[in-house]
Design a protein around this ligand. Structure first.
Ligand code: GLN
Length: 308
């Protein structure tokens, strides 16, 4: 079966499901998104791209941005990143605070909220939030080869107003001496990078460097070393879906990063970068239909990293 047929079938079946999950309701601006939307894009290592559904509709990438900020932090700090965050799955919800107390305020990995806040602090390195955000945005635009990508300020303000839990995480880490900038600056940076708006076409393109050992296989731009690409993929596999990471590895078998906007970026090493979006979430905050779509795609392509 050809890729376009596979995607069209996914949109016609899974994309039409009645059981779509719940949109994130703790961020008011995300709570008003229509759950009846679905999109999928596949950017292949050989340069071909395939799309189905609403693949040019923008959505809030939310925690998918944590893959981009981790990549930037690794570029700036190298292995010193691991002094700030660990690299073990958390097994706790994405916004959990309990583990921080047990491990002296050091987040278990860069993809839970606490970890991403610590990474935002690391990237700032004496810069103002605006400068840091410009750097993050430029990196994403460079990867996607699209300068129109921007931050949805309404979503960022909505997160800021309802961000008590994230503020608690940041202050708690600061109490252990893990935050080096004013907490409100770090939180502002974090909320804004979560509020980057992208569509599936842009997101799939932006993930391509993780498909081919750190080099965009189409533009031939080297983004990171092959070792770094492998490591980012391994973190996405182990921690990219929070306390649903085991389930995602079991069902899909690809490194992936989800966001509460309903997007998932999944990497089939050597094969393709896949972006899928459906706003309804499962109990742990991962796109319900997005996961089903990836499960189906992997069944049809044999792309699971664990074998056909
Ligand atoms: N900005 C969201 C938050 O902090 C990101 C969470 C997510 O996508 N899992 O809660």
């Amino acid at each position: 079966m050809y890729m376009q047929e596979i995607l069209d079938e996914i949109v016609a079946t899974i994309g039409q499901s009645d059981d779509r999950g719940q949109v994130a309701n703790y961020i008011p601006q995300l709570a008003c998104i229509d759950p009846n939307q679905f999109a999928i894009s596949v950017a292949m290592a050989d340069g071909r791209v395939f799309h189905a559904g609403l693949s040019d509709t923008l959505f809030s990438i939310q925690s998918i941005s944590k893959m981009f900020t981790l990549t930037i932090a690794l570029g700036k700090l190298g292995d010193a990143v691991w002094n700030k965050v660990g690299r073990e799955p958390s097994g706790d919800p994405f916004n959990s605070i309990v583990q921080l107390e047990h491990e002296n305020g050091k987040p278990r990995n860069p993809f839970i909220n606490a970890g991403a806040i610590a990474i935002a602090d690391a990237i700032m390195m004496g810069h103002q939030p605006k400068e840091t955000l410009a750097e993050i945005l430029n990196f994403v635009r460079f990867l996607a080869e699209d300068d129109s990508i921007s931050i949805d300020e309404t979503v960022a303000q909505s997160e800021l107003k309802t961000g008590d839990r994230n503020a608690s995480l940041a202050h708690f880490m600061a109490s252990f001496g893990h935050i080096n900038h004013p907490v409100d600056h770090v939180l502002g940076t974090y909320f804004h990078h979560c509020s980057i708006a992208m569509n599936c076409q842009q997101l799939a393109k932006a993930g391509l460097f993780l498909v081919a050992d750190g080099m965009d296989p189409v533009s031939k731009k080297r983004v990171v070393s092959s070792q770094r690409a492998r490591r980012i993929n391994s973190l996405m596999l182990m921690c990219g879906h929070y306390d649903g990471s085991g389930e995602f590895a079991f069902r899909v078998g690809l490194p992936g990063k989800s966001g509460v906007g309903g997007g998932i970026l999944a990497i089939a090493p050597g094969k393709a970068s896949i972006a899928v979006w459906s706003p309804g979430l499962d109990e742990v905050g991962n796109s319900k239909l997005g996961t089903q779509a990836l499960e189906k795609l992997v069944q049809q392509t044999g792309w699971s990293i664990f074998g056909h």
